[in-house]
Design a protein around this ligand. Structure first.
Ligand SMILES: NC(=O)c1ccc[n+]([C@@H]2O[C@H](COP(=O)([O-])OP(=O)(O)OC[C@H]3O[C@@H](n4cnc5c(N)ncnc54)[C@H](OP(=O)(O)O)[C@@H]3O)[C@@H](O)[C@H]2O)c1
Length: 354
């Protein structure tokens, strides 16, 4: 497999590059900093390309001869558009590890262009949204005419500096849900509910997550709410942040927080990754009131992301994904998540219809 990995020297990019080599793949490593790309490529014995994403023309020139790009340089709100335009120009399949709703939506708008170019555009091949998208799509097959999806996740582990920066960029944006097919702005931490990830009831709080965009497309349900588990003080803080949302997106504060993020560790250590785990719960309701609920348990989030991204890139390279805009589940089917090492799924028995 010889895909191009952009953002290769970032925390997640490097993890993917190293695991790719362990699995016998030979990706071309790329990014905007020549020195950092060269150091990593030389250590792993891989080819390299250095280019910026300042404009699609430069990127398209650098993608010549490349079949598939796995884009790992986020925040993707800054980087997805030039890369995807370059891919459409060169007939290169596009995958990324975004979790940003506005990026999913913008890429879905390029569906017709991607289909016409014979290119697969597949964002979200990391922990956000592979397990949640696949579980929701699996449960949707158990009810008739899905109308509502609820998804919750819980990650026990650290987040990377890049993820923190992406979260900071999204702060002040408030909460987001999908209602009657439309994306609707709601206050942060708008609603809570109780779910059982498999270890007893926990209160989860609504947060914007990629499935607001993707579950709508993979299940057809017009109503989607996404939740996460946060320990109590953090949940209360999230809910209180609605009173200062103007402040959270205020540029001087954003700069201060990004400078703080810059001083944080790059991401979890190998030991922390080995010790971490992730849990997903989902429920899908059909128009006739039928309901299916299930759970998924998997490895730590960055390990999950690296393995899922590699599995997706491998299958796209093998020609297994349709052209056009895809979610992980529409590209490979709801069982795709089960392909990732250590992932287990449990579906509750669906009550018989009267
Ligand atoms: N879907 C998921 O579950 C999932 C999992 C992991 C990460 N992510 C997302 O992936 C992104 C990267 O995370 P990370 O932990 O690897 O972050 P990171 O360590 O900060 O790495 C970010 C990489 O992106 C590059 N980059 C950033 N802005 C760029 C731009 N405008 N043009 C070109 N390159 C640019 C950086 O290069 P420089 O050093 O030159 O700036 C660096 O190589 C984040 O958005 C994160 O939220 C998602």
């Amino acid at each position: 497999m010889s895909f191009l990995l952009y953002g290769a020297y970032g925390y997640t990019g490097k993890l993917i590059a190293e695991r790719a080599v362990e699995q016998g793949h030979r990706p071309i490593l790329a990014g905007r900093n020549g020195g950092k790309v060269a150091t990593l490529a030389d250590r792993l014995g891989l080819q390299k390309r250095v280019f910026t994403l300042d404009d699609p023309t430069t990127a398209a020139r650098a993608l010549r001869g490349v079949d598939t790009v796995l884009h790992c340089a986020g925040p993707f709100v800054d980087t997805a558009e030039p890369m995807v335009e370059a891919c459409l120009d060169t007939g290169t399949h596009y995958l990324d590890i975004t979790g940003e709703i506005e990026v999913f939506e913008a890429l879905a708008d390029r569906d017709a262009a991607a289909t016409e170019a014979g290119v697969t555009v597949l964002p979200g091949v990391g922990f956000d949204v592979v397990p949640t998208d696949c579980l929701a799509a699996h449960l949707a097959t158990h009810v008739s005419d899905p109308v509502e999806v609820e998804v919750a996740f819980m990650g026990l582990g650290q987040i990377s500096r890049g993820t923190l920066k992406t979260v900071i960029r999204q702060m002040g944006g408030g909460g987001i849900v999908r209602r009657e097919g439309r994306i609707v702005q709601v206050p942060p931490g708008w609603t809570t509910r109780t779910v059982d990830f498999g270890d007893g009831d926990r209160t989860v709080v609504s947060v914007p997550w990629g499935d607001i965009s993707t579950a709508y497309r993979s299940t057809g349900a017009a109503n989607v709410t996404t939740y996460t588990y946060l320990p109590d003080p953090a949940r209360t803080l999230l809910q209180l942040s609605r009173y200062v949302s103007w402040l959270l997106s205020w540029e001087p504060l954003q700069k201060l927080l990004l400078a703080f993020a810059e001083r944080q560790p790059a991401g979890p250590t190998a030991e922390e990754r080995r010790g971490g785990e992730t849990f997903v719960w989902a429920s899908v309701r059909g128009a006739d009131g039928s309901q299916a609920t299930g759970r998924l348990h998997g490895p730590e989030g960055y390990t999950f992301t690296a393995d899922a991204a590699l599995a997706a890139a491998e299958r796209v390279e093998a020609g297994e994904a349709p052209a056009g805009y895809q979610t992980p589940a529409t590209a490979f089917g709801p069982d795709f998540a089960l392909q990732i090492d250590g992932v287990e799924r449990r579906t509750d028995p669906v009550p018989a219809r009267p």
